[in-house]
Design a protein around this ligand. Sequence first.
Ligand code: HEM
Length: 435
Amino acid sequence: MLATRRLLPTTHHELGLLWQARPAMAGLLVAGLLAGPGGRGPAVRKVPGIGWVTADPVVARAVLQDHRSFTILGEGGVGDLWAQILGDWVLDLFDGPGHHDLRSRSRELFTEASSAELVRGAWGPTLDAVGDRLRSGEAVDVARLGRVLVGRMMISLLGLPAPDGRAAGGPGWPDDEGALTAFATGERLATVALGTAGSTRLSPAQVATARGLVAELTAGVPEGWRSAPPEQLLGRCRELGLGLEETTGLASLLMVAGTETSASAIARTTALLVDTGEQDRLLARLGSGSTPSGSLLPGEDDPIENAVREGLRMTSPASVVGRGVAADVEVGGARLRAGERIMLLVWSANAAVGPFRADRPYVRETRQLWFGAGRHLCLGAALARAEIGAVLRTLWDDGVPLRIVRRRAQRGVLIPSYAELLVARNPGAGSVRDA
Ligand code: HEM
């Protein structure tokens, strides 16, 4: 492990998370990192049982932007999974004219401003309570917190009613337990995709399980779509002209795309800041009065948003992105044939840039590859950044370093993550601002 630590830019805790999540995938990602840009060998290579893989950020982006030669729908793409679960009608919504229409209409669903507002509305009181607990010397499990927060966000976005029928936003709902249940349901749905590294074909039993979970998660959608006010997501979908079927499809997508990914990034970025000692740099920058700007554009100078971007780069929770080859094509020096598949090792490409640095400037080659690229670029990117930023602010806002009391990795999951990450204030450490 010592040699690994010297050889690779990330922490051994991060490598442990990848390993515990999916050992075979961890091996592929680490191999991709070692062979990546600057390493030896071709940019695109064939791996038995997997198909084509690349860890080159420029090639990965070229694949994601080449919508003629590569598809999200065929074998190897996530659209193939959804078509089996939701029905063939999603194919158009995923990649055809319907997708273009959906993306045009939903462009304004998650802007910087609306995302900040969503986070304040859904998380404000929970985060305030966490800040109080840390200040009083209590330890906080940031992994659980991430799951609670993301579950709360999903309930409020999708208008999920309480098991006893209470409407979202009503008294006492959502509560933490309900939020954890919603999160776990989304997680179970994502787990259906776990065995699809070799093929995206699902068994009838997997399809039946997934359909049941989708029905559970979207139970509040018809009512919300009919009657939610325009400032709520489902109401906004209606106002933007999305039909009930499209809204239900989008809701399922949000639930899967935006739950584990965000919760993973929240806990892992927290751990990275502590493990690498970069929290000291973050605190120094916060203490020196760098002004928060609320934007994540290249060159921006908000220390928290800089750390968020760096956490996303280093963790890349959607570690691999798959595509089917739609037409024969040459890419990265390899000739790919229609019907084959390619896996973009996004984690490897992003991690290859170097170790976690809270003040690392924008990197042109990777840009924001952790959110994909091209027409499927993450729809919830602004929301995800606002979410991670809000948690980091709560944890470090008043200038005191944290330590990790205890941690445990999630085993056998699609998105590498912590099951537990207990943090507390470092005893004896004064506030950087008081110093
Ligand atoms: C750290 C958190 C997140 C990461 C790393 C992430 C990453 C990604 C990536 C890599 C893709 C592209 C997949 C592909 O091309 O096959 C994607 C797509 C998507 N993401 Fe995210 N995501 C995150 C959070 C969210 C959140 C919070 C939401 C919404 C609530 C969301 C909604 C979506 C949707 C709807 C798509 C599909 C877009 C399309 O196909 O047009 N994501 N995400």
